[in-house]
Design a protein around this ligand. Structure first.
Ligand code: GDP
Ligand code: MG
Ligand code: ZN
Length: 452
């Protein structure tokens, strides 16, 4: 008989972490204490998850591949958190997690952006940065895969499809979260999307693969979670904020009356979906992060806050930014591209000025909360949708969807927060500015200064 730790360690290729973190309940545990999901159909019914779920158990027997055998001798594949019993991918025991939270008012474009981002990251990360980016848990990512399919592989490519039919609204409860029973107490946890990020052989730091790999856990919140009072002991919808290495706040200018007034002078706009004040989400986030991390009011949050100004296709006329036609990174001599952080900062300054002029409370809320705030324009569609004749409904031909800067927030965030994975351009000697030629090779690149 093999011990649990040996069972896991001797047969799996990668070494295990000393401690793993559950992406559902944030419980920190030793990998050898991970539970297994029983395989035999008689072993149905788990005290935490309910009668229709397979029992979770601590195994004593393993097969030669290192998979546990349940009490009926059936080989098990799935793992689960020792605290909440929800399923966790195997990679979570081998890779440090990298938590990212996406926040924004209802309708600000979170689900669309997430779909565009993950669709494009699958291509851009391997191609430009020698990083493999894969679903860590197909079941957890199922909704996102469905969204990607609908936006980018739609069978009605040439037809004008109504926007609200392309992606369903993120539900408050049900499909995007899980209910767990601790005795009589029911707790609802958000369900993150999970991806494994690993450097490939072509990466300059390939030898540090294990240390640099990350389990990316992305939390898409129903905007409603951020209404004051929507998070309590029972509904732990936004506890991930305290763990997040990167906060992405989506600000949608097309839902702000002052922006709409400026835009309506020159064009017809899609209807606004939300009439509340968008900075409330940010203020509520700040209050929750302060409480969860014991952050004093005089201090600022130290993880970067990126303000993503969504639906650029609609408000592009307010700022002339030809830079957005290309992604802000360039090839280097080291096989992989390097991020032009200076170009991103220039864009950020321009956008900050525009928002400060039009709705200053967004800038004030962001900068009152976080130490590092960067403003990034994005568009999941990349092209302004059109009104469908005679219906008042707006739609787009899936063929025309071409996201703009959708991957920039995550790539820039990784470049800043995770040293050694994505380099940034270093200004060459001379005028101190990096060269701008997209096809020219840059003189030098440097890996970020971020933490581990
Ligand atoms: N013009 C434009 N509209 C968008 C874009 N992304 C989303 N939308 C629109 O905004 C609506 C809400 O987006 P969604 O991602 O569901 O918002 P969420 O509630 O924040 O998840 C969609 O139905 C689209 O009509 C974009 O990049 N450009
Ligand atoms: Mg949504
Ligand atoms: Zn857990």
């Amino acid at each position: 008989m093999t011990s649990r730790k040996e069972g896991l360690m001797t047969t799996w290729d990668s070494p295990l972490l000393r401690r793993a973190t559950c992406p559902h309940c944030w419980h920190n545990f030793a990998p050898e204490n991970v539970l297994w999901v029983s395989g035999h159909s008689d072993l149905l019914g788990d005290p935490r998850l309910g009668a229709e779920h397979q029992q979770r158990f601590l195994p004593t027997r393993f097969n030669l591949e290192g998979n546990a055998l349940d009490s009926h001798g059936v080989t098990c594949m799935g793992l689960a958190c020792p605290n909440c019993h929800l399923s966790v991918p195997r990679g979570l025991l081998e890779m440090e997690p990298f938590f990212v939270s996406i926040l924004g008012a209802p309708g600000s474009g979170k689900s669309y952006l997430l779909s565009a981002m993950s669709w494009q990251l699958r291509q851009v990360l391997p191609r430009d940065f020698a990083i493999s980016f894969q679903d860590a848990d197909l079941q957890a990512n199922a909704i996102l895969n469905e969204y990607e399919q609908s936006l980018f592989l739609n069978a009605k490519r040439e037809e004008l499809v109504p926007l609200n039919g392309l992606i369903r609204k993120t539900e408050v409860e049900g499909q995007v979260d899980d209910s767990v029973k601790f005795g009589n107490q029911e707790v609802i946890y958000p369900r993150p999307f999970m991806f494994s990020l690993t450097v490939t052989e072509k990466h300059p730091n390939a030898e540090a693969r294990q240390r640099l790999s990350r389990m990316l856990c992305l939390y898409d919140n129903a905007g409603e979670h951020f209404q004051p009072g929507m998070d309590d002991q029972r509904r732990q919808a936004t506890r991930h904020l305290a763990q997040s290495r990167l906060l992405l706040f989506l600000f949608d200018p097309t839902q702000d009356q002052r922006f709409r007034d400026r835009l309506q002078r020159s064009s017809v706009l899609p209807p606004a979906l939300f009439s509340g004040r968008q900075e409330v989400v940010l203020l509520e986030t700040a209050a929750r992060v302060r409480k969860l991390t014991n952050l004093a009011h005089s201090d600022k949050h130290r993880q970067p806050l990126l303000v993503l100004v969504t639906k650029h296709d609609v408000w592009a006329s307010l700022l002339n930014m030809p830079q957005l036609r290309e992604d802000p990174w360039k090839p280097t001599r080291k096989e992989i591209a390097a991020v032009d952080t200076e170009l991103i900062n220039e864009c950020s300054n321009k956008i900050r000025r525009l928002i400060l002029e039009t709705c200053p409370e967004i800038v004030n809320a962001a900068e009152g909360f976080a130490q590092h705030v960067v403003y990034i324009p994005v568009s999941a569609l990349g092209r302004k949708p059109a009104e469908m004749p005679g219906t008042g409904v707006w739609g787009i031909k899936p063929r025309n969807v071409e996201p703009l800067w959708a991957t920039v927030p995550l790539i820039y965030g990784l470049c800043r927060s995770l040293q050694g994975v994505i380099p940034s351009l270093k200004a060459p000697s001379g005028d101190g500015r990096p060269s701008r030629g997209v096809h020219r090779q840059s003189k030098a690149s440097a890996f970020g200064q971020g933490g581990k």
